[in-house]
Design a protein around this ligand. Sequence first.
Ligand SMILES: C[S@@+](CC[C@H](N)C(=O)[O-])C[C@H]1O[C@@H](n2cnc3c(N)ncnc32)[C@H](O)[C@@H]1O
Length: 236
Amino acid sequence: MLDWLKKRYWRLREWARQDARDWLIERLPRQSRLRWRAAQQEELDWWRRFLESGRWREHADPKPLPGETWLEHRRSVMGRWQADFDLPLSDWIGQDDLVLDLGCGPYSLVRQGRVIGLDPLAGRYGELVDLAADRDVTYVAASGESLPLADERFDVVWSRNVIDHVRDPAAFVAEAMRVLRASGRFLLTFDVVSEGGVAHPHGYIDETWVRRTVRGRIIGTYRWPSDEMMVVVQKG
Ligand SMILES: C[S@@+](CC[C@H](N)C(=O)[O-])C[C@H]1O[C@@H](n2cnc3c(N)ncnc32)[C@H](O)[C@@H]1O
């Protein structure tokens, strides 16, 4: 009984803390550094709960195969999307391409080309997973709005489920285009139905916004069943 009461107490305390934090964040200006930092803390907490509790084994999408590790699962995701949803990712990312995964999360999903995975939380993700174990990808901690990377270097920039998290979506797109070679492609994917919540301050991003904001030709749009959309932008 005492244990049950203690558990209830801690859960209530956690809810109250979370509500107070959400209430405060909702009142901060969307592009403020303070709000973005709080949203990033929320993001990190989400991944910690997801990975440490083992919940990813039940809830990762696509579902992991029996015995698969988190890294093996991340490595397999894009191939499985291609097969399951007829998403022609290999048409857009060549084996020799230099690829930037912008906002890659804990292990990049990209397994074609030579990959640099960039995320402001890369250092913190390194506490949750062993980034060095992922020998196919070089990880860099930085923000998409100000990339520590030279102009016109990458063949492909891939960014999935990131743009509604960033502080300044227009600056994020401009930086992606800057680091692309003249013939490069920006594969921008985002949720069509926003989850909302403090970790997604820019849930309004949609195809119209992308068309208005990117300077480049849109040469492909794909929608896949998990309510995500990919827009392919050709720079030159
Ligand atoms: C929902 S996760 C997506 C991770 C990964 N792309 C995937 O599809 O699994 C959103 C990621 O965006 C990153 N992010 C937030 N603000 C960012 C910014 N300004 N520049 C680059 N990445 C950012 C977060 O740190 C987080 O890892």
